[in-house]
Design a protein around this ligand. Structure first.
Ligand SMILES: [Zn+2]
Length: 260
């Protein structure tokens, strides 16, 4: 018995001795830890194309470019509205030239694709330093700053249209990039991206949108369709609704896919 106990103790001792040195942590070189940046509170599971970490709070300096201000995005309200901090003052910013489906509409509730548009916008700008470019108007009737928004080289307003998260909404006099937006929208619609992926019948139509056809053919188009733009002015025929176009014997263009 005593022998067994001694054996046990000896074995234990040997085991401990053997384990001892390796259990101790190896000496470590002092780690150069990067400054801790709080992660942007993004619940978005979608992979972000821009893998820039949330910017460290750096002082916002006015840029030399006239009409352009730097700001930090502190909150994304929806697909086309954000809250920013400009030198310690919080402003609400409405993107110029575009409309995204509403996430909270007073009567219609959530519009198709509203949530996706918000998520995309969050992915693009949340927590980032953006550049805000003014067109003609300073604010809209709700007191929101009307701005074009950039993150580095990315033109956010245009990107949302290009990916089909927003449609073009032109409110004169703020029309500086209207041609670009219309071209990108046409591209998105033809590719069936985002909100244009839904069937043409459900595709959103802006109030007041007109359709155009040629008296030499039987197709009606969105005015920004490339085929519509080839119609000679003297041959243009305008319709205020798809129903009106069809009553006149016109069928929807297969490229720009206006509602039927
Ligand atoms: Zn067309």
């Amino acid at each position: 018995m005593r022998y067994l106990l001694i054996t046990f103790l000896t074995t234990s001792f040997l085991l401990f001795s053997a384990c001892g040195p390796s259990a101790a942590p190896p000496p470590q070189a002092p780690a150069i830890s990067p400054p801790t940046v709080p992660p942007a509170p993004s619940p978005a599971p979608a992979p972000a194309p821009t893998v820039v970490p949330a910017p460290a709070p750096t002082p916002i300096t006015p840029t030399k470019q006239p009409g352009v201000t730097e700001a930090r995005v502190i909150r994304v309200i929806d697909g086309d509205t954000i809250e920013v901090d400009i030198n310690g003052v919080v402003y609400r910013v409405r993107y110029i030239g575009i409309d995204t489906p509403e996430t909270v509409h007073p009567t219609r509730g959530e519009e198709p694709f509203g949530r996706e548009a918000s998520e995309k916008n969050r992915e693009l700008v949340e927590g980032k330093i953006v550049r805000l470019e003014k067109d003609v108007s300073e604010t809209d009737k709700y007191g929101r700053l009307l701005r074009y928004v950039y993150v580095d080289d990315l033109f956010v307003n245009a990107e949302l249209v290009r990916l089909g998260y927003a449609q073009v909404a032109t409110y004169p006099p703020d029309v500086k990039y209207q041609d670009l937006f219309l071209r990108l929208q046409q591209e998105a619609r033809e590719a069936g991206r985002g909100l244009w992926a839904v069937s043409p019948a459900e595709a959103p139509t802006q109030p007041g949108v007109m359709f155009v056809g040629s008296i030499k053919s039987d197709k009606y188009h969105y005015p920004d369709c490339r085929y519509a733009q080839m119609i000679k002015p003297e041959n243009e025929i305008w319709f205020s609704s798809a129903a009106e176009a069809q009553a006149a014997g016109y069928v929807p263009c297969k490229v720009c896919r206006p509602p039927r």
